[in-house]
Ligand binder design. Sequence first.
Ligand SMILES: Cc1ncc(C[n+]2csc(CCOP(=O)(O)OP(=O)(O)O)c2C)c(N)n1
Ligand SMILES: [Mg+2]
Length: 296
Amino acid sequence: MQHKGGYTIESIELRALAIREHIITMLEEAGSGHSAGPLGLADIYAALYFHVLKHDPQKPDWSERDRLILSCGHTVPVRYAAMAEAGYFPRKELLTLRKFGTRLQGHPHNLDLPGMETSSGPLGQGLSQAIGFATAALMDGEKWHTYCILSDGEHQEGQIWEALMYAGSRNLHNLTVFIDRNNIQIDGPTESIMPLEPLADKYRAFNWHVIEIDGHNIQQIIDACNEAKAITEHPTCILAHTIPGKGVSYMEYDFRWHGTPPGLQNLPGSPEKDEQVKIALHDLRTLKGKIRGEHE
Ligand SMILES: Cc1ncc(C[n+]2csc(CCOP(=O)(O)OP(=O)(O)O)c2C)c(N)n1
Ligand SMILES: [Mg+2]
């Protein structure tokens, strides 16, 4: 199927894989950083940067651009990789991740990097910032839309609930939140540390429109964004079910890869550290062949 800007579902899926490959090579080079969350978010970022967002990599401060607010700052490698793929900066700059003096800090710094709307890292604050953007757009009669990416673990921060209550009460229909529902946080499964369920019902109770999707299905991501823009009475929450570590066999569903880069340490049940990068890239390249096959 042909999409806005000439992109097909297949081409967006291939961008997502390219983004995942960048994540692996960036993290290996940095020798630190987060693997699981970024890999799980690659399809959402590919759909956003290559179809959904109104943006211009040549003019990152274009006043009519949609605003994408990243709240869970530790997942920023996926955003850097998507921005490089989209043409915001050269792909080779990705290898400066977390190096001294880089624009690509381990947590995003908006004064360093054009196109990075906000700084983040302390969890729980991005939704409040996004509400500020969405409110400003309504006050000024601007058409651009505000998107915000939240992790599931950061719903354990009280500020999130204050912000949810406010956005629902003000009918901020120009605000769409993605929740990366990957069921993990640093120390284990969210439901065994501080249960979040029933998460969708909690959003509905706060006057939000909720859409549940498979966060790896590009068509569902795009359809949900279209639905969100058509809703005029509520802000929308896209509850995206994702697989942490998606695409890398030994990382999938395993919370130990939350903040561990490939190639750094041996983890019981995972390949030896010297093999981890090679196997990860092999897994992703195998998927690339599968995608091409599926669309032939
Ligand atoms: C206010 C605050 N408290 C604690 C942390 C440390 N921290 C960083 S990531 C993280 C786990 C949060 O869970 P989630 O974002 O769901 O992790 P992921 O799915 O990426 O593994 C924590 C507690 C932080 N960044 N900010
Ligand atoms: Mg999580």
